[in-house]
Design a protein around this ligand. Structure first.
Ligand code: KG4
Ligand code: ZN
Length: 331
């Protein structure tokens, strides 16, 4: 089996080859194209995916000494994500599968993220609690095994990454804001501003980040907006995001026999979040895992791996449509 996978749900164009293991992958970020606008422009994203995909597939095959005729399956992200961006990947995948006469496997992007820590050299094994924070999604999933997922809760409005991105722009920092908030926070006092911790509770894992944006904005508007103000507010915001995460992990641990927590998605690169999760878990005798570095952000390797498991488990392909809105519970 040789799977070619295509990921184009947002602002990374990525392609990967998977046999019984990951053979190779290329990720091309569109950050530079979107930076002047302070966020992802969907039309620019779709057009660039179309430009990039075929040359990237050629490059991937060449680098790994394979040709199109070696491919046995084509996988692509069919949702959730930006409609136009998803369509770009789906069209190329559908065209190629017709040309080389091989089956097409539409993959759920969130399922890819949730399974990403199982690809490559990590110590993660089933069952585990997956904690996903990215620019588009925030959710906690109990992963008992492949296709045995229990979504414990998710954000009812913005994702954590989206909140960080928007607050960074407001404070004059470039896109993407998450890493900028982390940099600024290193120089700031996290206790200077008291931000409300949204949906703090001991009985559910639902989250919300929209009101937090308003709280940060209201504070920012009363300040002289010096460099120190920005660093302190960034540190306070990062601190409250970490508190939300720990609160929800604690609730999840009360509901499931959690011995392993895995932090996935773009925000999982944040060292402050990692350290606070690690110290919480150490106190509770729980291990912490992460995907390999290249699999924290959007990538085709996780899509290829999910498709590989789908083939192994004979999961029928029900639709080839793209689904911009698609909950993990509807798999
Ligand atoms: O998973 P990802 O690459 O794409 C989506 O599916 O959204 O996640 C991107 C998100 C952005 O919001 C970005 O600001 C955030 O991950 N991010 C970070 C860090 N690096 C990336 N947030 C906080 N700290 C970081 N170091
Ligand atoms: Zn993603």
């Amino acid at each position: 089996m040789l799977i070619l996978a295509i990921e184009t749900s947002c602002d990374e164009t990525s392609v990967a080859l998977y046999g019984d293991d990951l053979i190779g992958q290329i990720i091309r970020s569109q950050i530079k194209l979107h930076q002047p606008y302070g966020g992802v422009v969907p039309e620019i994203a779709s057009r660039d995916h179309i430009h990039q995909l075929l040359p990237l597939i050629d490059q991937l095959l060449l680098q790994n000494d394979r040709s199109l005729s070696d491919i046995t399956h084509i996988a692509y992200t069919s949702g959730p994500g930006l409609a136009g961006a998803l369509l770009a990947g789906a069209s190329v995948a559908q065209g190629l599968s017709k040309a080389i006469k091989c089956p097409l496997i539409p993959v759920h992007h969130i399922e890819g993220h949730v399974l990403s820590p199982l690809v490559g050299n990590t110590n993660v094994t089933y069952p585990y609690l997956a904690v996903l924070f990215s620019g588009g999604h925030s959710l906690l999933v109990w992963v008992a095994s492949f296709r045995e997922y229990h979504v414990l809760g998710q954000s009812i409005d913005d994702a954590m990454g989206e909140c960080l991105d928007k607050m960074a722009i407001m404070m004059g920092l470039p896109y993407p804001g998450g890493p900028e908030i982390e940099k600024a926070a290193k120089l700031g006092d996290k206790y200077r501003f008291h931000l409300p911790q949204p949906m703090k509770t001991n009985d559910h894992c639902q989250m919300s980040f929209s009101g937090l944006k308003t709280a940060v904005k209201n504070i920012w508007m009363t300040l002289p907006q010096t460099e120190q103000d920005r660093n302190d507010l960034a540190a306070s915001l990062q601190h409250v995001c970490s508190a939300v995460m720990l609160n929800k992990v604690e609730v999840a641990c009360a509901q499931f026999p959690v011995q392993q927590v895995v932090l996935v998605g773009g925000v999982s690169a944040n060292q402050y979040l990692r350290q606070s999760l690690e110290s919480f878990c150490a106190k509770n005798h729980i291990s912490v895992g992460y995907p390999e570095r290249s699999m924290c952000t959007d990538n085709a390797a996780m899509i290829a791996y999910t498709a590989y498991l789908m083939v192994q488990h004979n999961i029928p392909v029900l639709t080839q449509k793209v689904r911009p809105r698609w909950s993990l519970g509807d798999l």
